[in-house]
Design a protein around this ligand. Structure first.
Ligand code: BGC
Length: 333
């Protein structure tokens, strides 16, 4: 063997994939699920924005299965994508896949949900604590005065770090009221995988345990609110108990119009998806996009951006969700 070639061979073996100058980067987008309406919109907006910037996107969706999502990410790494954008099903289970991306020198952006204990490059999301504060704040302002209000709390998937942040925001509002004896949490539970049917079971269990005397159900998203409302309707309590939500799903906005759901939290997905596409393309090209915050994920302070959220009820549905083109007025009839 020609010994003078050795340094060259060595360089070829260890050099990071040299995509930094690529004009047409390839982005790997790994989604937990496409079940909820919002993720389809996230995907479509992200792909369109990335294509406009000259990138190609390979999309994988794991159907709420950790093993499958880790495999999806490993397969995107083996296809030599320039950057990974991940919505983890389980913020802790994705750590291993990020290690593989680090080894392959592929930057990783956590989208909407944080990946824990991992060397990720960016976290782009909405202000999730504010989402929880908006939900509980809305309910708290409308609870009966003069007696202890009775509320049920339905949290999201325990595997989703966001579910904990929503609860944290709700706690910020509710704990002082609970401590002051103004509010009693008569039942609470976590809805596995954010499934509406799990939320319905929690609501059924609440009614069985404490009866129909419930003032509000603080629910963390619209899908699970739909499950809880179904249980309330079956008990003849539809529209009689204040229910919160999040995502401005079409079905939830229709329920707000009809009066069976009180509020939702509108998160302008086009802002997040467009931002993420731009950051992904910039990162793939080797630049370091500016951020406005940091968040500790257990292993580092992750450069982050938190997009703003808007609390929506019947009074401002038209001036927010509809005015923004998220849903057509005609669809809400
Ligand atoms: C998202 C919510 C969504 C939920 C279930 C959360 O991480 O932030 O918008 O409703 O997951 O998919």
């Amino acid at each position: 063997m020609n010994l003078r070639l050795l340094p060259v061979l060595f360089l070829l073996a260890v050099a990071p994939a040299a995509f930094a100058s690529k004009e047409k980067p390839v982005i790997g987008l790994s989604l937990d699920t496409l079940k909820e309406e919002r993720w389809q919109r996230d995907r479509d907006t992200f792909v369109a924005a990335a294509q406009k910037l000259g990138a190609t996107v390979i999309v994988q969706s794991a159907n709420s299965d950790d093993i499958r999502q880790v495999r999806d990410v490993e397969s995107l790494i083996s296809r030599n994508v320039d950057v990974l954008v991940i919505v983890p099903h389980n913020g802790a289970a994705m750590t291993r896949a990020v290690k593989s991306a680090n080894d392959a020198k592929i930057p990783v952006i956590a989208y909407d949900r944080l990946i824990l204990n991992a060397n990720i490059d960016y976290y782009l999301t909405f202000d999730n604590v504010k989402v929880g504060e908006a939900q509980a704040g809305y309910a708290a302002a409308r609870l009966p005065a003069g007696r202890k209000a009775r509320i049920v709390r339905i949290y999201g998937a325990p595997t989703d770090n966001n579910a904990k942040l929503f609860k944290q925001g709700q706690d910020n509002v509710l704990q002082p009221l609970i401590a002051a004896g103004k509010v009693e949490v008569v039942h609470e539970d976590w809805a596995l995988d954010w499934k509406p049917e799990n939320a319905k079971k929690i609501m059924n269990a609440a009614i069985t345990k404490v009866g129909r005397d419930i003032d509000a159900v603080v629910v963390s998203n619209d899908g699970t609110a739909g499950g809880a409302i179904q249980a309330l309707i079956e008990e003849g309590l539809g529209g009689k108990v204040l229910v919160t939500g999040q995502d401005a799903d079409l079905a939830a906005c229709q329920r707000i119009q009809r009066g069976t759901q009180a509020m939702t939290v509108y998160k302008p997905l086009k802002n997040l998806a467009t931002l993420a596409a731009r950051v992904a393309v910039d990162v793939a090209k080797g630049s370091k996009p500016a951020t406005t915050a940091t968040l500790d994920n257990g292993s580092k302070q992750v450069p982050s951006i938190f997009e703003a959220i808007i609390a929506v009820d019947k009074a401002n549905l038209m001036s927010t969700v509809v005015a923004d083109g998220f849903h057509a007025a005609a669809a809400l009839k």
